[in-house]
Design a protein around this ligand. Sequence first.
Ligand SMILES: Nc1ncnc2c1ncn2[C@@H]1O[C@H](COP(=O)(O)OP(=O)(O)OP(=O)(O)O)[C@@H](O)[C@H]1O
Ligand code: SF4
Ligand SMILES: [Mg+2]
Length: 327
Amino acid sequence: MTETRPKPLVRTSDLSKHYPVGRSLLQRRIVHAVEQISLDIFPGETLGIVGESGCGKSTLGRCLVRLTEITSGALEFEGLDITKASQRQLRPIRRQMQMVFQDPAASLNPRRRVGDLLADPFRVHEKLSRSEMMDRVEELLVRVELLPEHAQRFPHEFSGGQRQRIGIARALALRPRLIVADEPVSALDVSIQAQIINLLCDLRDEFNLTYVFIAHDLSVVRQFSSRVAVMYMGSIVETGPVDAIFSAPRHHYTIALRSAVPVPDVDNRPGQRIMLKGDLPSPLDPPSGCRFHTRCVAATSVCRQERPVLSLVDKNHFVACHHPSAG
Ligand SMILES: Nc1ncnc2c1ncn2[C@@H]1O[C@H](COP(=O)(O)OP(=O)(O)OP(=O)(O)O)[C@@H](O)[C@H]1O
Ligand code: SF4
Ligand SMILES: [Mg+2]
């Protein structure tokens, strides 16, 4: 990192998350969901995380806000090591890092009124009178472009887009510094997606938020992010400023992903679609060396033997590849 950059808000060092699977000890195998990720997230930036289904995006997002225990490596928030912090130690930090989920319906208790759901963070973290709490809830509803009277309704009385607004209001309640948004618009109609993205953009500017924005859809990431990290089988294979990732990607996986972006082609060049050959390998038995070698058009013998590490190729642009493309 260059010396002029501010201190990271979040830093991961060799962070890994493994899930044991299999019923008995003999059958037990390990899913390498996140493997040795070292990542700095700077205040005010929006880091987009992209990659195919199952590459570990949600697991990484959950580790970043310590909703999931970390198997190995370290996690810092504002310079404080919180890798192994207990729930009690995490409490003052928890309010500063929140998550917005893909399916807000699943994270909102259907039997409780929205006003109560939104009051929860104030109950846990702040000592407010009931009327102060309800004032804060109404303020929040208005801020996400809903109505104060919506506090009396139940989650099922809202549309998908409105429920996502409630999910965002809940994440925003305690004025966090970091929001990890895990595919917040993937379950919504395209017409509603833009409204929710616009809301997230407005909130970012108003509350000085730092976002980690997880998405399948590269075009959404392009609109919304300042920096992009591309994941493949649990690792970051390329990260850099959004324009560099889209106009001059260097990793062969990023190049294939980008070519799959629907028309209009990202730089108005004739869209040439590069099909990824082969299926995504099993995370229970990842390929040796570069995890991508089984599908890469540029693979050589060194790729099958040695795991490439992220190296600087341009300003703030890092690639993990033995034979990066010229860009
Ligand atoms: N609780 C769990 N137990 C066992 N394996 C898990 C668990 N959660 C995730 N995994 C596995 O870890 C890997 C990464 O999953 P993850 O949900 O993080 O991927 P993702 O990139 O978010 O995928 P998607 O785009 O489909 O949401 C997958 O192989 C998944 O099956
Ligand atoms: S290291 Fe080798 S296999 Fe991996 S992306 Fe680069 S060229 Fe392809
Ligand atoms: Mg996911």
